[in-house]
Design a protein around this ligand. Structure first.
Ligand code: PRX
Length: 635
């Protein structure tokens, strides 16, 4: 069968049409040919978006780690699976072969078992980008435990919320982490979090920075001695197709984070198939995605997708600016990276530093470039194309989400002609729809609307952990029988999609989704604060930055405003993490509200973007007088 690797545009259209006309036959063929099943499925797909309920490959049994590791042992045992590049450029890279990975994952899995972790238990992983992160993810999958990776930049309070929401029994962490010239006390953050997490029975601690940490008797265990003792063999748990593989939290526009639940078979099939096609992956390639495994990009396109293809996946611990802004390019040259996948915010940050850092290195190995996480502006797109790809490496602008599990709208390199700022065409099997405000689908080209997907795809999240109603309300209620993405998009004259951004109260800052409500909740905890509203405003590097409008209680008014600003950002850092800090904080006497008391964010967004030309009719507001005051004092 040839449809695993698409080679030209005609073939894309052919395969696409087939995937839409006969989705079950199509995905069955992909699943048949390329994976190791303990038992094949009875039914390829059953679905009902009104519940919503989606099942792929029902009746099938498998273990994803046998697909990502075991089946490569005979053909690629000595090939590098994970190429670990440490934070410090002076520390040697580690080439972890498929054979090594097999042993390390099995040992780790045996440690988990010895600590009483069994199928279905939730394990929270709070680790930096070190090999133990990928190994622990796979070790959970090996024994059927559900991993919940929390990005190691989140604060103790955000970590505690996530641990408790999914009742994790165990936390896997390290003494600390390196981040450029800094080191971070991860174990201390975990200790703080666990004060509020009574369900956690044990903590496994990897040594990375060799700092002094407090080990709590009866709870905390050093990982390495346990691994040293553990056996290299561990039978893979036989999982049902729809057994949960992992939970990954994403911000909602309201309330607490949503634990998106991804299941086993469909997720595996779709991430593997997209990886191979979207990066035109070949056996000898060295693929590098710069994301963190703490985000979906890392789950699907550092760990599962690449390993399911027997690829070599680079895992980088550090930051693009350390020891200088040439680090990415030094790594590309050193390891002869063939596919390079990063975020627009990183491209903008590097572009700002000039091409000098780039010109020192030989980037001729690069065949394909990718971007993900937010819309890429035209300038950044051209900078990437001209300087990194030298106009020879197509850019795949991949649109997708934590919820979608895998890439949804994207060019296929060397197949789809690219167009700056356009994610171009739906991937095989994906049926997008643009909807108008009345809930009608907008047909034809040169139109824009709200982006929905009208047919299930294998890697879609199945629910929100512990809150199926919220899953339904958030994604399946705005438009009947459709998955609503929360994004706006336009379709150009040839049917290419361009994602225009969020249409809800999620703001994407440096590629990270941030809900306004949790940040406002954090700010409002400051004793001097009465009320707050957060909006995004355009930022050269971050894409968007956060602007906070804050009203103070009476006694707050007498306080020094700069100190208050620092304290507010401190509260945000403690509650969520430094990624959610505000760039600008304007203290104001009131927030513009409708008569029903709803804050008019549209007006605040315009003021923050310095666009006060067309604020609309403000006379119907409850408090129209505050608008001029806010404009006059805008930052
Ligand atoms: O608004 C879209 C934006 O990122 C959101 C999803 O964020 P998250 O769940 O954190 O996953 C990011 C990594 C897959 C989307 O709703 N987004 C993602 N990719 C793009 C994008 N916006 C424009 N272009 C993209 N390529």
């Amino acid at each position: 069968m040839s449809n695993y690797h698409i080679k030209h545009l005609e073939e894309y259209y052919q395969v696409y049409r087939k995937s839409i006309r006969e989705p079950e036959n199509f995905w069955e063929e992909v699943a048949e040919e390329h994976f190791m099943w303990r038992k094949k499925w009875d039914k390829v797909l059953s679905w009902d978006f009104s519940k919503p309920e989606v099942k792929w490959f029902e009746g099938a049994q498998l273990n994803i780690t046998e697909n990502c590791i075991d089946r490569h042992l005979t053909t690629r045992g000595d090939k590098t699976a994970i190429l670990f590049e440490p934070n410090s450029a002076d520390e040697p890279a580690q080439h972890i072969t498929y054979k090594d990975l097999y042993k390390r994952v099995n040992k780790f899995a045996n440690v988990l078992k010895a600590q009483g972790i069994t199928k279905g238990d939730r394990v929270c992983i709070y680790l930096p980008m070190i090999p133990e992160l990928a190994v622990s993810v796979l070790a959970c999958a090996r024994i059927g435990a559900i991993h919940s990776v929390v990005f190691a930049g989140f604060s103790s309070s955000a970590l505690a919320t996530r641990i408790n929401d999914s009742d994790c029994k165990m936390v896997i962490t390290s003494d600390g982490s390196y981040r450029g010239a800094k080191s971070i006390d991860l174990k201390g953050i975990v200790d703080d979090a666990l004060e509020d997490c009574p369900g956690v029975e044990s903590v496994l601690v990897a040594k990375r920075i060799h700092s002094e940490v407090v080990m709590k008797e009866g709870r905390d265990l050093w990982l390495q001695p346990l691994l040293d003792e553990a056996s290299e063999d561990c039978r893979a748990e036989v999982m049902n197709a729809e057994d949960p593989l992992f939970i990954l939290y994403t911000s909602g526009s309201t309330g607490k984070p949503k634990g998106m639940v991804h299941t086993t078979a469909g997720y595996m099939v779709y991430t593997a198939y997209t990886f191979k096609n979207v990066f035109q992956y070949r056996e000898e390639d060295i693929y590098w995605c710069t994301a963190d495994v703490g985000w979906i990009t890392g789950h699907s396109y550092i760990v599962y997708g690449p390993l399911a293809n027997g690829a070599t996946s680079v895992m980088f611990e550090g930051v693009p600016s350390f020891p200088d802004f040439g680090r990415f390019w030094e790594i590309v040259e050193k390891h002869k990276v063939t596919q390079f996948y990063t975020a627009p915010t990183a491209i903008r940050a590097l572009a700002k530093e000039g091409v000098g850092y780039l010109e020192k290195y030989d980037l001729s190995s690069v065949k394909v470039l990718g971007t993900v996480g937010e819309p890429i502006n035209e300038e950044a797109w051209h900078w990437y194309d001209d300087n990194v790809g030298k106009k020879k490496a197509p850019i795949v602008d991949t649109w997708w989400q934590t919820e979608t599990g895998g890439i949804m709208i994207t060019p296929i390199p060397f197949v789809t002609p690219t167009k700056p700022t356009y994610a171009t065409l739906p991937f095989i099997g994906i049926q997008p729809a643009l909807m108008d405000e009345n809930g009608q689908e907008i047909k034809g080209n040169q139109v824009d609307g709200r982006l929905c997907i009208k047919f299930p795809w294998p890697s879609m999240a199945r629910t929100i952990w512990g809150d199926h109603q919220r899953y339904k309300d958030t994604y399946f209620s705005a438009y009947e029988n459709k998955y609503f993405t929360g994004d706006g998009a336009l379709r150009d004259e040839v049917g290419y999609y361009r994602i225009t951004g969020r249409v809800d109260d999620v703001i994407i800052v440096s590629g990270h989704n941030l809900g306004t409500a949790p940040i406002e909740d954090a700010i409002n905890e400051h004793p001097a604060v009465s009320e707050s509203a957060i909006v995004g405003f355009p930022h050269d590097i971050k894409g968007n930055a956060l602007y906070g409008y804050v009203t103070l209680k009476e006694f707050g008014e007498t306080r020094d405003h700069n100190n208050l600003r620092k304290e507010i950002n401190q509260v945000i850092t403690e509650q969520i993490g430094p990624i959610a800090k505000l760039d600008k904080i304007q203290f104001t006497a009131g927030l513009p509200k409708t008569r029903s008391g709803k804050i008019m964010r549209r007006i605040l967004r315009k003021i923050a973007s310095k666009d006060t030309s067309n604020l609309g009719d403000t006379s119907t507001l409850l408090n129209p007088e505050v608008v001029q005051d806010i404009i006059d004092n805008a930052l």
